[in-house]
Design a binder for this molecule. Structure first.
Ligand SMILES: Cc1ncc(COP(=O)(O)O)c(C=O)c1O
Length: 430
C-alpha cells in the first residue's frame, strides 16, 4: 500500500533537472552484446592500449598492481604518481619549454567529470553562462543544463571546414561578462578537425573578458604528433586542456579523464571533487597504460586505426550516394554526407536518407553509426567511428547495399544473425 505523504516530486526537484534532456547515445538502443558492429561512440576498435595475450589477459610481467587485499581501504585521493605519468606524456616541449607538474592536473571519472567540475567551479547557477561552438560534443550542453547555466552559441565556420570564429567569439565575450567558460573541442566532435592554435590564442588574449578557455582534446592522439596544447597551460593562466584515456588509449571502461591547468585552477577543482573519485583499480590500470611498454601498444593500435581511416577516406567516395567528408581527419571518426540519390544523378545531402541509412544499418545489418544530421551545418551527415579492418569491410559492404536499396525504393533484408535464425525457425514451423 502506498504511504500517505505530502511529497510531490514535481515541486521538490530542481525545475531545470525536471526538464533535463539527458545525453542520448545509440548504445541506449543497440547493445554491446557481440551482435553489433559498434561504430557509434568513437572508442578504440582495436581494444585497450595494454599488452594483452591472445586470451585477452595481461602478460604476467605487466600486471597492474591492483592490491586486492587493500580494496577494503579507500583509494589515494591525490593520485600524484598517475599525474606524474600524465605530465611526462604531455611534456613535449613543442609549445613551451616550461614543464607540467602534478600540481597542474585534476583527474576525474572520465573527462565528463572535468566538464562538469569546471562548470560548477566557474558558473553560478541561474546567473552565469558558457559559450560553445556548435556542432560540438553534447555533454557541454547537458552539464550546463544540470547546473542551470545558460549556453551562448557561436557556431564553427561551416564554410571553412568547421574552424573557430575567434573574432565572433571575442565579440560575444565582450558583450556579456556573465560568460565564464568557452568550450572548444579540438579535434572537434563530430567535426574531426584540429582547431588552429592561433585562433585559440586570439580568445586567450581577449582584452577585457575575465573567463577561462577550455580545450577538449579527447581525440588528440589521433591528430599529428605534437598537436596537444596541454603543456601550454603553463603559459596561460586562463587555459584548461582536458584529455581522456577513453579514446586512443582504449580504456573507456575504466573512466579516467584529466584536466591540465594552472596550479591555482587545478587546486580549486581538486578541492571541490569527491575525495575518492578515482578507484584503485582504475588508477592501477591507468598507470599501467602509461608505462612505455603499454604506450607502445596504444600507438600500434592507434596507427592501425589511422590506416583504416585512410582506407575509409579512399573507399567511401566509391559508394554511390556517399557525398563529401565534412570537417577534418584528425580523429578516429569521420563525418560524411549521405545523398538522396547518387551524385552522378544530382544527389543532395538528405537528412531523410541519412536517418533511414542509420536505421537500416543498425536494425537490419547490425552496424551502429551515429546520425548527426540535426547538428548545425551537418545536413545529411553520419558520424562513423573508424573500426577494425573487418568492421570497416562490413560497414562499407552494408552501406553500399543499404544505399542501393534506399535509392531504388527496395525493401532492405535483414542480415543480422538473430533475425536469420528467427526466419529459419519460423520457416520450419510453417
Ligand atoms: C569531445 C569529447 N569530450 C569528452 C568525452 C568524454 O570522454 P570520457 O569518456 O573521458 O568522459 C567525449 C566522449 O565521447 C568526447 O567525444
Amino acid at each position: 500500500m502506498a504511504r500517505k505523504s505530502p511529497f510531490d516530486l514535481s515541486k521538490c526537484a530542481r525545475p531545470n533537472i525536471l526538464k533535463l534532456q539527458p545525453y542520448r547515445c545509440a548504445r541506449d538502443d543497440y547493445k554491446d552484446d557481440g551482435t553489433n558492429v559498434l561504430l557509434d561512440a568513437n572508442e578504440n576498435a582495436y581494444g585497450p592500449g595494454l599488452a594483452l595475450n591472445e586470451r585477452g589477459k595481461l602478460e604476467e610481467s605487466s600486471q597492474p598492481e591492483v592490491d586486492f587485499l587493500g580494496l577494503n581501504r579507500y583509494p589515494d585521493p591525490h593520485q600524484i604518481e598517475l599525474k606524474e605519468l600524465l605530465c611526462r606524456l604531455r611534456n613535449t616541449r613543442v609549445h613551451t619549454q616550461k614543464e607540467l607538474r602534478p600540481e597542474n592536473v585534476f583527474v576525474g571519472v572520465g573527462s565528463d567529470e572535468a566538464i562538469d567540475a569546471l562548470l560548477r567551479c566557474f558558473c553560478a547557477p541561474g546567473r552565469d553562462k558558457i559559450l560553445t561552438c556548435p556542432p560540438t560534443y553534447g555533454m557541454y550542453g547537458v552539464s550546463a543544463d544540470v547546473n542551470d547555466v545558460e549556453i551562448v552559441k557561436v557556431p564553427l565556420d561551416v564554410e571553412n571546414g568547421f574552424q573557430l570564429q575567434p573574432d565572433k567569439i571575442n565579440e560575444a565575450l565582450a558583450a556579456d561578462e556573465r560568460i565564464k567558460l568557452v568550450y572548444i573541442c579540438s579535434p572537434g566532435n563530430p567535426t574531426a578537425n584540429l582547431i588552429r592554435k592561433d585562433d585559440i590564442q586570439k580568445v586567450l588574449e581577449h582584452p577585457t573578458w575575465n573567463g577561462v578557455v577550455v580545450v577538449d582534446e579527447a581525440y588528440i592522439d589521433f591528430a599529428p604528433e605534437g598537436s596537444s596544447l596541454a603543456e601550454w597551460v603553463t603559459e596561460w593562466p586562463n587555459l584548461v586542456v582536458m584529455q581522456t584515456l577513453s579514446k586512443a588509449f582504449g580504456l573507456a571502461g575504466i573512466r579516467l579523464g584529466a584536466a591540465f591547468s594552472s596550479p591555482e585552477i587545478a587546486s580549486l577543482l581538486n578541492n571541490m571533487k569527491a575525495p575518492y573519485n578515482i578507484s584503485s583499480p582504475t588508477s592501477a590500470l591507468a598507470k599501467a597504460a602509461l608505462s612505455p611498454k603499454n604506450l607502445a601498444v596504444m600507438r600500434q593500435k592507434r596507427d592501425k586505426i589511422i590506416a583504416q581511416r585512410e582506407r575509409m577516406l579512399r573507399e567511401l567516395p566509391n559508394i554511390p550516394g556517399v557525398g563529401r567528408f565534412l570537417g577534418g581527419q584528425d580523429a578516429n571518426f569521420l563525418l560524411v554526407e549521405i545523398l538522396d540519390k547518387p551524385a552522378s544523378e544530382g544527389g543532395k545531402p538528405s537528412n531523410v536518407t541519412a536517418l533511414a541509412t542509420y536505421e537500416a544499418l543498425a536494425e537490419k545489418k547490425g552496424v551502429v553509426v551515429r546520425f548527426r544530421g540535426k547538428e548545425y551545418g551537418c545536413e545529411g551527415c553520419l558520424r562513423v567511428t573508424v573500426g577494425t579492418e573487418d568492421e570497416v569491410t562490413k560497414f562499407l559492404e552494408e552501406l553500399r547495399v543499404v544505399l542501393q536499396s534506399l535509392h531504388a525504393g527496395i525493401k532492405i533484408e535483414s542480415s543480422k544473425v538473430e533475425d536469420k535464425k528467427e526466419k529459419e525457425a519460423s520457416a520450419v514451423v510453417a
